[in-house]
Unconditional design. Structure first.
Length: 172
């Protein structure tokens, strides 16, 4: 084969490669982290393993959030609600009754989720305590996912005590 013919064939091959569409990698979407194997007590774990620090009453954290601000706490409660779309938050309360105090729990760096059917479970959570003003548009968005805000400001914003969890254990 002559070198000019080999060059022509090589050019045709390269040209045909360039006309083929290159499949793009889909952008990964966060999904519920698979549950770690259940512990002997029948608990499912999500995120990091919980520490062995002292348990703080959820009611105490909610009554005095500034006392626990930016601290990591270990709390237990009832899962009253969970995000119905992805499981990217849950509401932890002292009991299932809507009158008992509760707060929303999010997951650090959007790193894990809980099952969307977590409502009705009991939970132990290791989390950092935050108190934030939530913008009206986010309040609306969260309410569309099932969240409840009791004391909204006239502009639709709401102050929220929130737990940002590094780890969660759920059981029924």
């Amino acid at each position: 084969m002559t070198s000019s013919r080999a060059f022509s064939i090589l050019c045709l091959l390269l040209a045909s490669c360039k006309t083929q569409p290159v499949p793009s990698e889909p952008t990964p979407t966060p999904k519920a982290a698979p549950a770690a194997p259940a512990t002997p007590a029948g608990r499912q774990s999500f995120g990091a393993r919980l520490g062995s620090g002292p348990l703080v009453a959820l009611g105490d954290v909610l009554k005095s959030p500034d006392k626990y601000a930016d601290q990591s706490v270990l709390v237990e409660g009832a899962v009253r609600r969970a995000c119905t779309r992805k499981g990217c938050w849950m509401e932890l309360a002292e009991g299932q009754d809507g009158a008992t105090p509760g707060c929303r729990v999010t997951f650090k760096d959007y790193g894990f989720f809980v099952p969307t059917d977590s409502a009705g479970s009991k939970a132990r959570v290791e989390a950092k305590v935050e108190s934030k003003l939530i913008k009206p548009s986010m309040v609306t968005h969260l309410e569309e996912e099932g969240a409840k805000f009791g004391d909204k400001a006239p502009d639709g914003s709401a102050r929220e005590v929130r737990l940002v969890a590094t780890g969660v254990e759920l059981w029924r």
